[in-house]
Ligand binder design. Structure first.
Ligand code: PEP
Ligand code: MG
Length: 547
């Protein structure tokens, strides 16, 4: 038996065959040589044609969804791909005996370095473009697609890493759990695993190809993969499964219960969702509302920008899962690790987490926001829908959002389309700047929701995707605590509700601090609602006894 230790990201245990997905690193470890250079050159040219076709599709989708200037990036990529100096350099390397895949990567890196050294800032910024072209071409030449294979039997998936777009497609009956070599506990991949209720482990280091096909037990609670488990470990797995059932039965007693402080203030437990399936899971899990509907996953599921009508219908359906309860739909939070390839910026940015993400993208391309707000105002006629804006950094961004919302209301009125003019519009507090300006932002916000994943990432200057930095973020850092307290006191002073929808809300160690900080709601994965409610009640009981 071999034991592989990583970071625990999503609880539960899985027992099954391990399926190792093709490695996706770009290091020189697996260098191959070209045995037949002429054949390799043909393979390279074939790969270029496939990539050119892919770029054409992305160009048309972007053109249709947003506009010509945004689609330009893909025609630029195509031009770079077909640039003689690039292809000649690759073919020269192949003739020297280097494989097509390696020649593409080497040339990509050399050209990127050349761009980065240029004087002109525009040309300097092209280094990321050429690198992304070379990497995609490398994937094509290695026969890798970004889509997951269709699994014929249930597996424990092992991979170098999974993107959120891949994770969102995981089918629970086919993927019992997953383990990734890279990643961290607050990445969107990890969040999706918790939302889908799939046991998951990340940052496990190298996953050798010999794992493929072996039996494994994945312990998502401890972050461990037991490869080829012995009888004792199998027995422990059975025992743990039974204990888990007993714990779940205890949490069930919290169904229908509302936690209240001694003064009678309710602390409600909502659920986070990213799809209609999650909304159904939230209802089944006894959520008192939906505290964060991540609308970007809708875009990913459609594979294009959903139309106003499609969004309207989806939001209505989400409301139908939550009759009489609040549903907070967040406007598009694309960018950083949630790349939507047909939208501008994205992979071409050197620092996407600090780039044109979320509301920044929507204010740059206001049509995206207009369509989404129209769909929300219309759907809000059918229930308690609230709109929430992600990544607000400056009060002026919120003012621009209000101006667009005003325009949207006016046009709906003129068109005599039914809508709910009073739909509450709140914001996420997930940048240190927003927390520091919470007093000003509260004047124009119907509510706050603290996004502790990004608030922690930006406060600690620690990429939430980087497993090596979790020591900076594992407990609640003092600086983050202070920003949370600034936010809750600004909300209390302004008389607006404040919730937490980051992953901290579902962590038992954080619940006493968050409750004492004065939050009104905690919004967690659908499967965590009863567990969190039970932890909140336990803390309130302890606090009352001490008072
Ligand atoms: C957060 O940042 O805490 C949050 C809830 O938003 P997301 O995880 O989608 O970035
Ligand atoms: Mg966030």
């Amino acid at each position: 038996m071999e034991i592989i230790q990583g970071k625990a990201v999503s609880g539960g245990m899985a027992y099954g065959k391990i399926f190792l997905l093709g490695r996706q690193d770009y290091t020189a470890e697996h260098r191959q040589s070209a045995e037949d250079p002429q054949q390799e050159i043909l393979r390279f040219r074939e790969g270029c044609r496939a990539l050119a076709a892919e770029l054409d599709v992305l160009y048309s989708k972007t053109l249709e969804a947003i506009g010509e200037s945004e689609a330009e990036i893909f025609s630029l990529h195509r031009m770079m791909l077909e640039e003689d100096t690039f292809t000649e350099s690759v073919e020269e390397k192949i003739c020297q005996g280097i494989s097509a895949s390696d020649a593409v990567l080497d040339t990509g890196e050399a050209f990127a370095a050349m761009f980065a050294a240029m004087d002109n800032p525009y040309m300097q910024a092209r280094d990321a473009d050429i690198r992304s072209i070379a990497r995609r071409l490398h994937e094509i030449l290695e026969g890798r697609t970004t889509e997951l294979p269709v699994f014929t039997e249930p597996v424990i998936l092992a991979a170098e890493d999974l993107t959120p777009a891949q994770t969102v497609d995981l089918k629970k009956d086919k993927v019992l759990g997953f383990i990734t070599a890279r990643g961290s506990t607050s990445s969107h991949t990890a969040i999706l695993a918790r939302t889908l209720g799939i046991p998951a482990v990340t940052a496990a280091g190298t996953l050798s190809e010999s794992l493929h096909g072996l039996e494994g037990i994945l312990d998502g609670e401890q972050g461990t993969l037991y490869v080829d488990p012995d009888r004792q470990t199998i027995n422990r797995f059975e025992q743990n499964r039974q204990n888990e059932e007993e714990r779940k039965a205890r949490w069930e007693t919290m169904r229908g219960h509302t936690c209240r402080t001694r003064e009678g203030k309710a602390i409600r437990i909502y659920a986070n969702a990213g799809s209609l399936e999650d909304a159904a899971a939230a209802a089944a899990g006894d959520a008192e509302g939906i505290g964060l509907f991540r609308s970007e996953f809708l875009f990913m599921q459609y594979g294009r920008n959903p139309t106003e009508e499609e969004q309207y219908n989806t939001y209505r359906e989400v409301l139908a899962h939550m009759p009489g309860k609040e549903v907070i739909i967040r406007t598009l939070d694309a960018g950083a690790d949630k790349q939507i390839p047909w939208l501008p910026a994205g992979t071409a940015e050197a620092n996407p987490a600090l780039g044109l993400r979320a509301i920044r993208l929507c204010l740059r391309y206001p049509e995206l926001l207009r369509t989404q707000l129209r769909a929300m105002y219309r759907a809000a006629v059918h229930g308690k829908l609230c709109a929430m804006i992600p990544m607000i950094t400056l009060p002026s961004e919120l003012e621009q959002v209000h101006a667009i919302a005003e325009e949207v209301r006016r046009s709906l009125e003129e068109e005599k389309i039914p809508f709910a003019p009073d739909m509450p519009l709140g914001i996420m507090i997930e940048t240190p700047s927003a927390a520091l300006c919470a007093g000003t932002l509260a004047e124009k916000s119907a509510f706050f929701s603290i996004g502790t994943n990004d608030l922690t990432q930006y406060t600690m200057a620690a990429d939430r995707e980087n497993g090596a930095l979790t020591y900076l973020t594992e407990t609640i850092p003092e600086s983050v605590k202070r920003l949370i307290l600034m936010t809750t006191s600004a909300a209390t002073a302004a008389g607006i509700p404040v919730s937490v929808c980051g992953e901290l809300a579902g962590e038992e160690h954080a619940i006493p601090f968050l409750v004492d900080a004065g939050v009104d709601k905690l919004s967690v994965s659908p499967g965590q609602v009863l567990k969190v409610r039970s932890a909140v009640q336990r803390h309130l009981d302890t606090r009352e006894k001490a008072e």
